[in-house]
Design a protein. Structure first.
Length: 508
């Protein structure tokens, strides 16, 4: 690359001949100036100068990547802010979990680190490039992306350890028998980091993460053999259909009915389901129904009488959130997941994994926001100094970090317990703690979002530019406080679960 002196660059200081230096590189902006979103006038002011500081006051580092074609040479000045290499771990304090093994951890080992590195590389290559534009346009992920996640067994990894991993080659060279819930958590974390929680990430088969476990844990053998491989390969999509217009928190209040035909061979299903994630593009619906025996779970295939209509949320259409209508849908009795009339237990058991996975994603998304805030507070100058030099801003950062790390620690402790308990024991022993954990987590994301908005100012409520990730987070983080059990309901559940084991002889 040609080298210029600072004096040479300084000669190109008029609109018709406009060069500048950004972090050691020389840019010719003459033809670009009129297309500059912030106006040409701004660029005229930095013509012939070193504009590194001005650039970082208004732009994200990745903008340099986008406009690499405008670089015409370099100066002898050493680059201060090189772009991080692909799939690297951030060096910003608190931007990464202990899974990066920067400090000793009782939970993570080299296998987790290798998995994290490999899945981050996958996400950077296959997911991040679509994340923002697809979310903006409300487009669901391409078939190629979903298949690529299948080929690399990422869909399978999001269902935790178990026989479904047998014989599969996992990212990072992790052996299926070594795969544990910490690996699974890392998969959720990396997808949330690359794709934005409750945004594009929701489209990446998050319905599968909640719709497939009932089939895996309670489905008959034929169902597992037929349905699971096509789902884990990314060929087919599945979702969880429990909520209805008249029954959200009150699951027992569902009214979607399944009546057995006189020959006892089929159910006829009639009813509606609301807010079903991935419902618009799912092939299978793991559905809660009510019949004479009580609540049951049925696997319903997209067929005659199944209609899905998109619901517009404050997230993105990429999630495929659906209003589902079942009209006289004929479902074979073999499609029962678990026993007839025992669906409530299936639903409750399934909630634990869903809620725990939501915490994994939310911690990762909050961590990314902390990183964004740290960077912004360091590079944004106000009243003659960087934001982070203001004690009030350091207080806000400190609050965010302290809350995040507290939730992270509890979630890792529960994850460890999951590695030691079987599915039934998890259901019995962890439903209460996971419910309380999810509540604590969404209070944390609330604080992180609130503080991040104050740190970023106007940019936090601007959908493009420096603060766009904050804008998305503050718009969508409340999803976690409602989905999979609203905060109030979870606190109540957490305490009720403890009361079940409250010692009868305990007295003050
Ligand atoms: C974007 C999105 C995606 C979703 N994805 C799915 C999905 O894939 N599958 C699925 O089955 N469902 C899904 N849901 C539904 C979700 O689980 C419900 O919205 C949630 O359970 C709350 O139900 P509700 O909205 O009907 O609120 P309601 O039950 O009407 O409750 C309203 C509010 O009242 C409060 N409340 C309720 N009961 C009590 C109580 N006993 N004590 C105190 N306060 C109480 C809570 O704060 C609650 O937020 C999704 C929802 C959304 C918005």
């Amino acid at each position: 690359m040609q080298e210029f002196t600072v004096a040479e660059v300084a000669k190109h200081n008029v609109p018709k001949d406009l060069w500048c230096i950004i972090d050691g590189n020389v840019y010719n902006l003459t033809d670009f100036a009129d297309a500059h979103p912030g106006s040409a006038v701004v660029l005229h002011k930095i013509a012939g100068k070193d504009a590194t500081s001005e650039f970082y006051s208004f732009h994200r580092q990745e903008v340099l990547k986008k406009y690499a074609r405008l670089v015409i040479g370099k100066t002898a000045v050493l680059q201060k802010y090189p772009l991080p290499p692909p799939a690297s771990f951030s060096k910003v304090p608190y931007a990464e979990t202990l899974a990066t093994l920067t400090k000793p951890s009782p939970f993570y080992n080299q296998s987790h680190l290798a998995f994290k590195r490999a899945i981050r590389a996958f996400c950077e290559e296959n997911i991040a490039p679509d994340a923002e534009s697809f979310a903006k346009l409300g487009k669901i992920p391409t078939r190629e992306t979903l298949l690529a996640m299948g080929e690399t067994n990422i869909h399978a990894c999001r269902l935790g350890p178990g026989p479904h991993l047998k014989g599969r080659t996992l990212l990072g060279g992790v052996l299926p028998e070594d795969f544990d819930y910490f690996h699974e958590a890392i998969a959720h974390e990396e997808i949330a980091r690359a794709a934005g929680i409750y945004c594009y990430a929701e489209g990446l088969a998050s319905g599968m993460m909640i719709g497939a476990p009932p089939v895996l844990k309670f489905g008959p053998a034929w169902m597992k053999e037929k349905v699971i491989p096509s789902i884990l390969s990314g060929e087919k999509m599945i979702c969880l259909a429990i909520s209805e217009p008249g029954a959200g928190s009150d699951v027992a209040g569902i009214s979607c009915e399944a009546i057995k035909t006189p020959d006892g061979k089929h159910f006829i299903v009639n009813g509606t389901k609301k807010w079903i994630t991935n419902g618009t593009f799912s092939h299978y619906f793991t559905t809660a129904v009510k019949g004479t025996a009580g609540i049951s779970m049925l696997l319903i295939e997209r067929s005659d009488g199944v209609e899905t209509e998109a619901i517009k949320t404050s997230g993105t259409g990429s999630a495929g959130t659906a209003y589902v209508t079942f009209t006289n849908v004929k479902v074979p009795v073999e499609n029962l997941i678990g026993k007839e009339g025992q669906g409530f237990a299936v639903i409750m058991a399934n909630f634990n994994h869903e809620r725990w996975g939501m915490v994994a994603s939310a911690c990762s998304a909050a961590r990314f926001i902390v990183e964004e805030c740290f960077k912004w507070a360091t590079q944004r100058k106000v009243f003659g100094k960087s934001l982070v030099e203001q004690p009030v801003i350091r207080y806000k950062l400190g609050q965010m970090i302290a809350d995040l790390e507290a939730v992270q620690s509890w979630y890792e402790a529960i994850t460890y317990q999951m590695t030691k308990l079987d599915y039934k024991q998890q259901t019995q022993q962890l439903a209460g703690p996971i419910a309380l954990l999810k509540y604590r987590c969404t209070r944390m994301t609330h604080l992180v979002s609130d503080n991040a908005v104050q740190i970023f100012g106007g940019r936090a409520i601007t959908a493009t530019g420096m603060g766009r990730h904050i804008e998305q987070f503050q718009r969508t983080n409340k999803f976690g406080a409602i989905l999979g059990g609203a905060e109030e309901v979870l606190l109540d559940l957490g305490v009720r679960q403890s009361m079940k084991v409250y010692p009868k002889d305990a007295r003050l």
